[in-house]
Design a protein around this ligand. Structure first.
Ligand SMILES: Nc1ncnc2[nH]cnc12
Ligand SMILES: [Zn+2]
Length: 336
């Protein structure tokens, strides 16, 4: 193991941008398809993996929604989440804030409670058996309407105390944050933290809407913020966390090469940027592989790697005492 790999491995980390459905490994997809007697286009692992070759976000999303179609019963959602938590444990992840896409399941007839209870029972088990704490973020699909979002918010009411926040994901271009202005205002009123994917493929204007008009608490991706110095200044001054996902950016051709990633520039500009895996089963790496790949590409220093791990806790929706506890665990791991 290189010194850099050893440092990454020993750093306690939080993962703040992870879609649980995006951790659906093809091995498990084939097994659950068989268990549920659902036909899928892939018969072998090699066929599934060969299809994971994307030119843009939409090409990925088409496969992502197709893949999750085999998930039918509560046990499937539990198994999916439990597998991710075990994989996260191997990467020394201590805390996870996980997105899920209920509309992608309810639209095909799987009940909201089936999905949510399966995920929640695995998260509880993860805390007890693996020592990984977690928070769940309910994400709205932005290619659907704001009215659909309100219907989900209503349907989810009995579970509202189980979510820390809400998110906005799926096809970005053509679906700006302001399309969901009333919905997010209501979510704010209900006490939820607000996250939005913005500036992944969409223009800096979308980041501006999310940050300044909606008033989000955390920005997912946000790559294209770097095109507007006023946005960079706003992100620096507010310390709104950004969740960067290096291998996702590369797989979805948001960048042509990891060397084009804005992450080092964001760190050097004093932004609260973090490293995350997004949809690790589709993009070729869990969180440590993301740290390793971006550190190699941008030649990040050890201090910058430690800063990224610290940022992951500072940017989490944890209380100050829990943040301080995790930050002191980093010091302990470093022998400080
Ligand atoms: N990278 C991504 N961007 C937008 N929506 C998503 N849903 C899952 N992954 C996503
Ligand atoms: Zn994402």
């Amino acid at each position: 193991m290189t010194d850099r790999a050893a440092l990454i491995a020993k750093l306690p980390k939080a993962e703040l941008h992870l879609h649980i459905e995006g951790s659906f490994e093809p091995e498990m997809m084939l097994a659950i398809a068989e268990r549920n007697r659902v036909d899928i286009p892939f018969k072998t692992l090699a066929q599934a993996k060969a299809a994971y070759n994307f030119a843009n976000l939409q090409e990925f999303l088409d496969l992502y929604y197709q893949g999750m179609n085999v998930l039918r019963v509560e046990q499937d959602f539990h198994d999916l989440t439990w597998a991710y938590l075990n994989r996260a444990k191997a990467d020394n992840v201590r805390h996870v804030e996980m997105f899920y896409d209920p509309q992608a399941h309810t639209e095909r007839g799987v009940a909201f409670g089936t999905v949510t209870d399966g995920i929640l029972s695995a998260l509880e088990r993860g805390e007890k058996e693996l020592g990984i704490t977690s928070k769940l973020i309910m994400s709205f699909l932005r290619h659907l309407s704001e009215e659909d979002g309100f219907a989900l918010l209503e349907e989810s009411r009995p579970w509202h105390n189980r979510f820390v926040g809400v998110g906005l994901d799926s096809s970005e271009v053509g679906h700006p944050p302001l399309k969901f202005e009333r919905l997010f205002a209501e979510c704010r009123r209900l006490g939820f933290k607000l996250c939005m994917h913005a500036g992944e493929e969409g223009p800096p204007d979308y980041v501006r809407e999310a940050l300044l008009d909606i008033g989000i608490d955390r920005l997912d991706h946000g790559n294209r913020s770097m095109e507007d110095p006023a946005l960079v200044a706003a992100l620096r001054d507010t310390q709104i966390p950004l969740t960067n996902c290096p291998l996702s950016n590369l797989s979805l051709c948001v960048i042509g090469d990891l060397k084009e990633s804005p992450l080092k520039a964001q760190l050097e500009a004093g932004l609260l940027v973090t490293v995350n895996s997004d949809d690790p089963a589709y993009f070729g790496g869990y969180v440590n592989q993301n740290y390793q790949a971006i550190a190699d590409a941008l030649d990040l220093s050890d201090d910058q790697l430690v800063q990224l791990a610290r940022n992951s806790f500072t940017g989490a929706f944890l209380n100050d005492a829990d943040k301080a506890r995790h930050l002191s665990e980093i010091d302990k791991a470093l022998g400080i």
